[in-house]
Design a protein around this ligand. Structure first.
Ligand code: IMP
Ligand code: MG
Length: 174
């Protein structure tokens, strides 16, 4: 069995969309500072690109939660692998994710972060697979809504590979 990656969203499409979201966030948070919370590892590529497009003051922190094993389906098990370094109290927090799939990870995470007393809490995801939703999650900024396919690239992995692809692709097995 061989494995190949088919392009779903080109590097240019992704870059343009991130530029537009950065502009939107800069407008929505005019006069404020935003605190970006990256969900590792997948959200890291998106957050770095997004942060560069935001024109209001930005601070950043990183956390890691695990919800997936090595395969392509959700285990439903979520655990904090690395917590944030800084408190969230009084900050305008935007959680930056690579993808919202079942919504399990984000619904857990948003509840937990909300309990830490941020001034505001928003969710920004590069990709959304609405057909796969099991738990309801309010997404404030979405890069692209995509069909129910397992995607890689731009931070997203298949068994820890392909995160470095500068585009979004679908893994095909022939
Ligand atoms: P959820 O809890 O089901 O919403 O899972 C979200 C997490 O699952 C994401 O942050 C990804 O790490 C992973 N994930 C979901 N769908 C995909 C995909 O198509 N490709 C790669 N990782 C995915
Ligand atoms: Mg993720």
């Amino acid at each position: 069995m061989s494995e190949r990656v088919e392009v779903m969203l080109t590097e240019k499409e992704v870059d343009e969309r991130i530029q537009a979201i950065g502009k939107q966030i800069s407008e929505d948070y005019a006069g404020k500072q935003v605190h970006l919370v990256c969900v590792l590892k997948g959200g890291s590529f998106f957050m770095c690109e997004l942060a560069k497009r935001i024109t209001v003051p930005v601070s950043m922190d990183f956390m890691s939660v695990s919800s997936y094993g090595g395969g392509t389906s959700s285990s439903g098990v979520i655990r904090i692998v690395k917590d944030l370094d800084e408190p969230l109290a009084g900050k305008n927090v935007i959680v930056v994710e690579d993808i919202v799939d079942s919504g399990r990870t984000l619904s857990y995470l948003l509840k937990m972060l909300g309990d830490r007393g941020p001034a505001s809490l928003a969710l920004c995801t590069l990709l959304d697979k609405p057909d796969r939703r099991v738990v309801d999650v309010k997404v404030d900024y979405t890069g692209f809504s995509i069909p129910d396919e397992f995607v890689v690239g731009y931070g997203l992995d298949y068994d820890q590979r392909y995160r470095n692809l500068p585009y979004i692709g679908v893994v095909r097995f022939d």
